[in-house]
Ligand binder design. Structure first.
Ligand code: GDD
Ligand code: MN
Length: 391
């Protein structure tokens, strides 16, 4: 039975009871700096050193969100955290993705002001206090560190990269109305209330978190900009490869369709469309050049197309759940199984419609559509298992 305080002799109550007292609670941080990392072991120590310097006198914390980098970034961050409790590591397993990492880091803190910045020292940390000042004084809910406004600059980028970045920035204006000169910036600060307003509608895939926030929040938002010069990366490598162009296109499509059409389904269907073209090409080759009989040629083309669709979806549509090694093979088997059933559904429905005097084009299209939805539904569940949970 529990001993109640009232049952104890007076001398044993409260402080005189020889129990260790709870240490004084630390005041909560006012600012959290969320830093996504993938293979940045060589940069984290220096970044923390710079944050300490520039944020002196503030109550801050840094949350590094690491996607299980093979170079040991997470261990390095925990090592710093053992000496400085303001530094924490959110270590994610089995997942990849810049935007999703940032969102999880933001949600793991209770600080009212949230900054997001890269770990590779390309973002100029010395502007953080000015960004915070805007949020504190209430003149902004969102502060964007810009390379394109004021005295900002993209530093020494190649002409090609600069023009790609500029055109993407121009195209992105289709999906939001706010006055922002650098919507693709990976460096910004916002009030927690703004995050909470947007968070359930944000895409966890892709890498354009700021653009997504701008497109999601339709009401006028008080925004300030602080310009800076984007530095060159000195250590480690950039992770944003050419596939980001595809991710960007998908995010734009999702936002333009009001978020009602799942981005993955669009991607899956585009890959399927390319697959149809491939199937016809293969079939023509096998019939004409290899002089195979139609059934064999058709079966081989269908098989080849499935392997193509699977591989491309694995890299583009499900990049964050990408299957490798043995899992690549078992995934292929389940993909082919699901798609074969999809083909049966397609042909059955189209035939039924055709027999009920639906024009052949429409009958065929309805079969294709139902087959595509089936394939998508089945493979998102069974081939790329965790896909649904990840959104
Ligand atoms: N957790 C996690 N998961 N972090 C990642 C991932 C990932 O899958 N991919 C990249 N990062 C981290 C990197 O470790 C780095 O700290 C930061 O995200 C930016 O990645 P970089 O690879 O350095 O990107 P960049 O320099 O090419 O692009 C930057 O500039 C773009 C504008 O041109 C980023 O700030 C982009 O967000 C920005 O749009
Ligand atoms: Mn970088």
């Amino acid at each position: 039975m529990n001993t109640r305080v009232a049952d104890l002799p007076v001398s044993a109550r409260g402080r005189s009871l020889d129990l260790p007292r709870e240490p004084a609670a630390e005041a909560a941080p006012e600012l959290v700096v969320v830093i996504p990392t993938y293979c940045e072991r060589t940069n984290v120590e220096e970044l923390v050193r710079r944050l300490r310097k520039v944020l002196t006198g503030l109550r801050w914390e840094a949350i590094f969100v690491d996607d299980d980098s093979p170079d040991g970034t997470a261990q390095a961050v925990r090592g710093i955290g053992r000496r400085d409790a303001r530094v924490r590591c959110l270590h994610r397993l089995g997942r990849r993705g810049l935007a999703g990492a940032c969102i999880e880091g933001m949600l793991a803190s209770c600080a009212p002001h949230i900054a997001v910045m890269d770990a590779d020292l390309q973002h100029d940390e010395t502007i953080l206090p000015r960004m915070l000042a805007y949020l504190r004084e209430g003149s902004a809910e969102l502060v964007v560190a810009t390379r394109y406004g004021g005295t900002g600059s993209i530093g020494d980028w190649s002409g090609a990269r600069a023009s790609i970045s500029r055109s993407a920035t121009a195209v992105s204006r289709l999906v939001y109305r706010h006055a922002v000169s650098d919507p693709m910036s990976g460096f910004f600060m916002l009030k927690r209330a703004l995050l909470e307003e947007a968070m359930r509608k944000l895409s966890t895939r892709g890498f354009k978190l700021l653009l997504d926030i701008l497109a999601t929040v339709k009401r006028p938002v008080a925004i300030k900009e602080v310009s800076y010069t984007f530095r060159a990366r000195e250590r480690g490598e950039s992770k944003l490869d050419s596939v980001v162009v595809w991710d960007f296109a998908m995010l734009m499509l999702e936002k333009l369709t009001g978020g009602y059409v799942p981005m993955r389904f669009v991607a899956f269907s585009l890959v399927g469309g390319a697959g149809i073209a491939l199937h016809m090409g293969l079939l023509a080759l096998l019939l004409r050049l290899a002089a195979l009989g139609f059934p064999l040629a058709q079966a081989l083309s269908a098989g080849g197309t499935m392997v193509f669709n699977y591989s491309v979806n694995n890299v583009l549509t499900y990049r964050d759940q990408r299957r490798r090694g043995l899992a690549w093979l078992t995934g292929l088997a389940s993909f082919m199984g699901a798609c074969s059933l999809g083909a049966v559904a397609n042909v059955t429905l189209a035939t039924l419609a055709f027999e009920h005097h639906v024009p052949w084009q429409l009958a065929a299209l309805s079969g294709v559509f139902v087959g595509a939805v089936w394939n998508y539904a089945m493979t998102s569940r069974f081939t790329w298992g965790k896909a649904r949970a990840a959104g």
